[in-house]
Each structure stands twice: as structure tokens, then as C-alpha cells.
Unconditional design. Sequence first.
Length: 76
Amino acid sequence: MIELSTALAAAKMIYGPTFNPEFTLKALSYYDDGNLKKVPVHHKERLLEAVRSVDLDRLPLIERGYEHQSDQGLEQ
């Protein structure tokens, strides 16, 4: 299982400064719109627990890994 803080750090690495992890945490914590009121309490509690466990000032460092290079132009 991937922790929420790790997922947020990965999104921040992918999307750069345009990604604001705080908006994601707020979205995961709000249940008053539309049919979100129907989300079972135990699911809400689990999501809220995950949100509370995130320290936005201490997201894990995610570095870019191997990026697939096209085989075009390579001789065989």
C-alpha cells in the first residue's frame, strides 16, 4: 500500500509547482456536496485519519527514475 504522503510527493514531482497537495487533502476531507454525504462513516474516518497523518512540510523526497527511451535511431 502506498501512503498518502508518498502519493502526494509523487504527484508534486510529476506536476511540479502547479500541484498543491493541500487541495487534495481538503478534497479528501469534505463530504457535504452531492452524494458524498452517503459515504459510510468508517470510510470517512479512514480517509480523515490518512489526511491527518500527512505533514506537508515533510513529504518524502521522490526522485525521477528510469525514463523509457524510444528505440528510434538505434542500430541493431
